[in-house]
Design a protein around this ligand. Structure first.
Ligand code: ADP
Length: 594
């Protein structure tokens, strides 16, 4: 989400701050200047008035002695004209004896001036001044009075209207204001230029910050400048870039770790010191059949993994022990066996627990198969060996007659052959298991192949007065296979049919092509195979009739070898019962038409 646009930009703020500062500075300077100027001009005007008053006094002292009031008044008018100010002559008793602004008649009614502040001051200090409203001339006036040595006049007073003083000040004030306005305009222009420049840089930095916020850490192409702003921006930029580098390093490490964990066959579970689930890899989820939706990361592990074995291991490690590996079957998949080991987690999740799960189901099965196999082999070998030993002992007795001896030797020979067959089959299976038999695929003539199989077994079939019928469907004349191995497989199936089907029955061998595959079926008219055993007859040593009451002399390995040989061709073999009874074995091998 983009931040809301700032209400006042940095540039406007900066501009107004600079403008306010210059207005304030100029206003203070202007006020100070105007006041100083006014005071100075005021002081100068007053000083001039004082000088003029003294001069008037001097003129009175030096001039011809004036004694009559009309003379004095006329002199006041003359001096007043010379100086350009109102001139008043005041007698020692305060009477006005001459005034440049009054006629003789007017003088008579002028108030006594003895109590005027400037007169009181002049009487005390030779010089007095005052500013006030004059009732005589009806305006604000500046008064200056000096004492004078004259027979009829004690004080000369000069008065100047204050408007005159202000008029003298006006041009100064106007010039000051004009200068201040120009200075203000200049200040505003400079403030604007600087604020625009700095605002542009601030916007550039803000733009880069926004780009970083969006997660795009591409370094900016423009510099930040050499001043403090640039230094701060550069320092922040460097830190962001550094943080970005560390984040991407972390992301890479994490991705690598996740790839390793995801690719592991072993299940990995990490629990933190507070017994909360930190990590469960896919293998562990599959092994324990955990729900995909409910991941439970960050929650107590017991909510997700409710297995006593795991709880025991976690508690063991958290209690500072080194618990042994445990084996258990997950309740949701009891057919599997899982081995779990636990160790304390080092590093980031200190004192947590790492659990590693191994699915040992296949290992256990292989182990079981190996044990069964060894037991079966021992059992299969013991039977003929026991018989042979018994008959050898019987033979070594002196009282056996010739007939018995011959009979015993025949039995020994049969058991020896049986052992030979067993050992031969075992060796063949071992070779097939070890991948030592290579496939030599060629295009074989189906007719030839099946004829040799039949020819091989014909004596046994004849002995049991059975018929073997071979049908080769059109299109199935040739098959791509290793002829020797396919021969061995078919021979096994037909030999079984001869063995298990009753006398005088017919064995059907049929070859046909179906969907690019060659299928060869061997069907007999025997008892068939019980449905429950159909899927198991290809197991090693598996016999339907376990009692061996009617021992057909088989090793129990024939069909296992057939399965191996056909799978070597990339094909498959299946057993079923025909619709009218009788076992039916079907070999299917991929064999595209030539
Ligand atoms: P064996 O050497 O005992 O024949 P096989 O592996 O060839 O061993 O056969 C396994 C078992 O399958 C036999 O013991 C038998 O019970 C059953 N079987 C095989 N072929 C037939 C068949 N054509 N009819 C009935 N049962 C059969």
């Amino acid at each position: 989400m983009a931040p809301p646009p700032p209400r006042a930009t940095f540039q406007t703020k900066f501009f107004f701050a600079a403008l306010s500062a210059s207005i304030l500075a100029l206003a203070v300077a202007g006020a100070f200047f105007a006041t100083t100027m006014r005071q100075q001009i005021d002081a100068r005007i007053e000083a001039t008035l004082v000088a003029e008053a003294r001069m008037a006094a001097e003129m009175l002292t030096r001039g011809a002695p004036l004694l009559s009031v009309p003379e004095i008044n006329a002199e006041a008018g003359r001096i007043g004209q010379l100086i350009g100010a109102r001139v008043t002559f005041i007698a020692p008793d305060g009477r006005v004896v001459g005034d440049s602004a009054e006629s003789l008649e007017g003088l008579a009614v002028v108030e006594n001036h003895a109590q005027r502040p400037e007169v009181i001051e002049a009487r005390a200090q030779d010089l007095g001044h005052a500013r006030r409203y004059s009732a005589t001339v009806k305006m604000d006036m500046l008064y200056v009075a000096v004492a004078v040595t004259h027979p009829a006049i004690a004080f000369v007073r000069l008065a100047l209207p204050l408007t005159d003083v202000r008029q003298q000040l006006q041009p100064v004030l106007t010039a000051t204001l004009t200068a201040l306005s120009v200075a203000l305009l200049g200040g505003a222009a400079i403030a604007w230029i600087f604020s625009a420049r700095i605002g542009k840089r601030v916007r550039l930095i803000a733009g880069i910050a926004e780009q970083y916020r969006r997660g795009d850490l591409t370094p900016p192409r423009l510099g930040f400048g050499d001043d403090d702003l640039g230094t701060v921006a550069r320092a922040l930029d460097d830190s962001v870039q550094e943080v970005g580098r560390r984040l991407s390093e972390q992301a890479r490490d994490r991705a690598r770790m996740e790839a390793i964990l995801a690719g592991m066959v072993e299940g990995v579970i990490v629990v933190d010191p507070q017994a909360r689930l930190q990590l469960v890899n896919d293998a562990a989820r599959q092994m324990l059949k955990l729900d995909e939706g409910h991941r439970g990361i960050g929650r107590p592990y017991i909510e997700t993994i409710r297995l006593p074995a795991i709880a025991e291991l976690v508690a063991g490690v958290m209690g500072g022990r080194k618990p042994d590996a445990l084996q258990f079957s997950p309740p949701r998949d009891p057919s599997r066996t899982i081995m779990a080991t636990a160790a304390p987690a080092a590093g980031a999740v200190a004192h947590g627990v790492i659990l590693v799960l191994h699915d040992i189901t296949a290992l256990r099965r292989v182990d079981q198969i190996r044990r069964d196999f060894v037991a079966n082999v021992s059992h299969e070998l013991r039977t003929p060996l026991t018989a042979i030993r018994g008959y050898v002992e019987a033979l070594s007795e002196d009282d056996t007659n010739e007939d018995d001896r011959r009979k015993f030797l025949a039995i020994i020979a049969r058991h020896t052959q049986r052992m030979e067959r067993l050992v031969k089959d075992l060796l063949r299976l071992a070779q097939l298991d070890a991948g030592q038999e290579t496939l030599d695929v060629i295009g074989c003539d189906s007719h030839n192949l099946l004829e040799t199989v039949v020819a091989d077994l014909l004596p046994s079939a004849v002995e049991r007065r059975q018929r073997i019928e071979v049908t080769i469907a059109p299109g199935a004349e040739t098959v791509r296979a290793d002829p020797e191995k396919l021969h061995d497989a078919l021979r096994n199936l037909v030999a079984n049919a001869i063995t298990y089907a009753p006398e005088q029955s017919t064995i059907h061998i049929r070859a046909q092509r179906l969907n690019g595959n060659m299928t060869m079926t061997v069907a007999d008219e025997g008892p068939g195979i019980p449905d429950d055993d159909l899927s198991r007859v290809f197991e090693r040593f598996y016999r339907v009739d376990k009692s061996r009451a009617r021992d057909p002399g088989g090793t129990g390995l024939g069909l296992a070898i057939v399965k191996h040989l056909i799978e070597l061709h990339g094909g498959m073999v299946r057993a079923e019962n025909g619709p009218d009874g009788g076992a039916r074995f079907t070999i299917t091998i991929p064999s595209p038409a030539e």
